[in-house]
Design a protein around this ligand. Structure first.
Ligand SMILES: [Zn+2]
Length: 234
């Protein structure tokens, strides 16, 4: 009896995540490209990121008074010029793929003052529990992480396919706000949606016709996560 009950409970537990949560993240398979950060997202002159995270950044900038101090760091793929802060990030950093940003308070001083409160809220949303970032974030650096935190900076990086440094990832995990170049894929794993924070544009399932490869991400998201919770996103 006890065993069959356990089996039943396991079956129920397995069934629940499939129905829980209306919103979800999705994998962006559109062609990656390092592009200038749009003017609507306050940033340091010259900063660039992979274009596939721009819609998420725009969404964040509409809701939080952020100022991006660094995005892509390195020579542009294909032998282009140096972009971003040189030698500022650790080896293996997501900044080296254009899939991370460093953020400070838009009108903050050089210390943890009132201007940082919204940044702290953003950090807590992206990482409700230390080292347990909310999808699609791969690593969040803030209070409790050396060299990060209120008055210093917030690091956000996005989950992505395994990729060498200074190259573009095959796919990037994003939350659904974009209508361009973002392909809806089956939910790769149960994930907590950005609760209480609705996408500003269109319905979550709203429509995408980006190129979708016939085979999914190699090894799936779980494989890409294997090195996930570590300072590698610095
Ligand atoms: Zn960073």
């Amino acid at each position: 009896m006890r065993r069959s009950l356990a089996v039943l409970l396991l079956a129920l537990a397995a069934a629940l995540p499939a129905t829980a949560g209306a919103a979800s993240t999705r994998l962006a398979y559109g062609t990656g490209e390092i592009v200038p950060i749009p003017a609507s997202i306050p940033h340091e002159a010259g900063d660039m990121v992979d274009r596939r995270i721009v819609p998420n950044l725009r969404w964040i900038a509409k809701r939080f008074p952020v100022y991006v101090t660094d995005g892509y760091s390195g020579r542009l793929p294909g032998g282009g010029p140096q972009v971003g802060c040189r030698g500022c990030h650790t080896r293996g950093s997501d900044h080296h793929n254009g899939l991370a940003v460093d953020i400070v308070a838009l009108n903050g001083g050089g210390r943890c003052d009132r201007a940082w409160r919204p940044i702290t809220r953003l950090a807590r949303w992206a990482e409700p529990r230390q080292n347990r970032p909310r999808p699609p974030f791969r690593w969040v650096g803030y209070d409790g992480d050396s060299g990060h935190g209120c008055g210093h900076h917030l690091h956000l990086s996005w989950e992505h396919a395994e990729v060498r440094e200074f190259q573009l990832a095959e796919w990037v995990e994003v939350f659904p706000v974009s209508r361009q170049g973002v392909a809806q894929k089956p939910q790769p794993r149960p994930s907590t949606p950005p609760s209480g924070l609705k996408p500003p544009e269109g319905p979550p399932g709203g429509a995408e016709t980006g190129p979708v490869p016939s085979n999914g991400p190699r090894g799936g998201v779980s494989a890409a996560q294997s090195g996930g919770i570590s300072p590698r996103g610095d």
